[in-house]
Ligand binder design. Structure first.
Ligand code: DOR
Length: 426
């Protein structure tokens, strides 16, 4: 059945539209947009009243962990994509640190099959850069790209060898693929569990210096320059990294970068009660780093907001801080947290929507989403005025390891459509 989204504030960054209008969805695509009052009384059309709500292209998350295959006790493709839909997402790129690692066509095909059968949004697998993500032998990127991987990453781990990273960028370039770098110097970060600084000293926890990230960002930018390969930097968390990326872009290097909501809403002070839900890698940094990340988002240095959705079982997080796994379950709070940047006047609403839709698509070479007639009907309806106190009990993700329990936020997704079919309604 056709669906008419009636009277919403349509925000479509690529068409430069921000205007109240109707949208008609038919056969999985946007059929018409504008004043469609002629259809209001039609019996064959489902009317969704979007008045007072924002209507945007479906959100795209280019950095998530769906945990299947191998870690289904943390999350699986069915639960993860339902949580993604509840967070406003219609497309999710999943990282390859599963078991087995997504380092060959068979795993890629398995993920796509599971997603087709049980996914509540589009799932695009990211392949591993090296076999087993062990940092030594490159994967068959051409073969995996044919199977459906548009980008490659050893996320969770850095590619420690500069030589291997150089070859990865060169190899990926021959197929027009993007390398996503988890920037961490393992020698500098070894044994660290939080940001290195005054707070880690006070808490008696081993720190990870910001230099562990900064040196790898600098290295990978140099390697992108050397090879001409397409580089995307994952989860940028430090002022140093933001500076490196800003200068690289000014010099014309082919690099894009993302940050995650926890890096622009929390600092290492959050770790003070040893709550393992604040243990994430890279770690929460200082107020100065947070300010630099927000400035980087505002001036376009950081192109993308990605969740790094990293669900873990409650039993895994209910241990000493040193022993808990890194990660925050992020799908279901990402949009509301991002909208705080608008509330505080740091970014415009259009900019935030761009960083959650158009820019992630561009960074990984996906068709740019739009709400213009002919476009695929991936749509997110947002109630910008809805105030909600976040309760982990409401989460659809198996991983309840949120850093935002009890936080009151304004602006939540209320309806989501993927390929013309509803995938979430609040
Ligand atoms: O906090 C994190 N969790 N950072 C990563 O790089 C990996 C991720 C995970 O897989 O849990």
């Amino acid at each position: 059945m056709s669906i008419l989204l009636k009277g919403g504030r349509v925000i479509d960054p690529v068409s430069n539209i921000d205007k109240v209008m109707d949208i008609l969805v038919e056969g999985g695509v946007i059929a018409e947009a504008g004043d469609l009052s002629k259809y209001y009384k039609s019996k064959d059309i489902e009317i969704y009243d979007a008045s007072g709500k924002a209507v945007t292209p479906g959100l795209i998350d280019i950095h998530a962990h769906l945990r299947e295959p191998g870690f289904e006790y943390k999350e699986d493709i069915a639960s993860g994509t339902r949580a993604a839909a509840a967070g406003g997402f219609t497309t999710v790129f999943c990282m390859p640190n599963t078991n087995p690692v997504n380092d060959n066509r068979a795993v890629t095909e398995y993920i796509l099959k599971q997603a087709a059968e049980s996914g509540a949004c589009r799932v695009i697998p990211i392949g591993a850069i090296t076999k087993g993500s062990l940092g030594a032998l490159l994967t068959e990127m051409g073969d995996m790209s044919e199977a459906g991987c548009p980008a490659f990453s050893d996320d969770g781990k850095p590619v420690a060898s500069s030589e291997v990273m150089r070859r990865a960028l060169e190899y990926a370039k021959t197929f027009g693929l993007t390398i996503i770098s988890h920037c961490e110097d393992p020698a500098l970060s070894a044994g660290g569990v939080m940001n290195e600084g005054a707070v880690s000293t006070r808490l008696g926890l081993k720190g990870i210096p910001s230099a562990a990230e900064d040196v790898m960002v600098a290295r990978d930018i140099e390697l992108a320059k050397l090879t001409g390969g397409r580089l995307h930097l994952a989860h940028v968390s430090t002022a140093g990294s933001v500076g490196h990326v800003r200068r690289a872009k000014a010099a014309g290097v082919s690099v894009t970068a993302e940050t995650c909501p926890h890096y622009f809403t929390l600092t290492d002070e959050a770790v003070s009660a040893y709550n393992t839900n604040f243990k994430v890698n890279p770690p929460l940094r200082t107020a100065a780093d947070m300010e630099a990340v927000i400035s980087g988002l505002a001036d376009g240095t950081l192109d993308v907001i990605a969740t790094d959705h990293a669900p873990h079982a409650a039993s895994e997080k209910a241990v000493e801080f040193d022993l808990a796994p890194f990660g925050i379950s992020g799908f279901e709070t990402a949009l509301a947290l991002s909208l705080r940047l608008v509330e505080t006047g740091r970014l415009s609403l259009k900019e935030v929507i761009e960083k959650l839709t158009v820019n992630p698509a561009k960074a990984l070479g996906m068709a740019v989403p739009s709400l213009a007639p002919g476009a695929r009907a991936d749509v997110t309806v947002i109630d910008l005025g809805l105030v909600r106190t976040f309760d982990p009990a409401d989460m659809l993700s198996k991983g309840k390891n949120t850093a935002y329990a009890g936080m009151t936020l304004t602006g939540w997704p209320v309806a989501v459509m993927c390929g013309g079919a509803w995938t979430f309604k609040a």
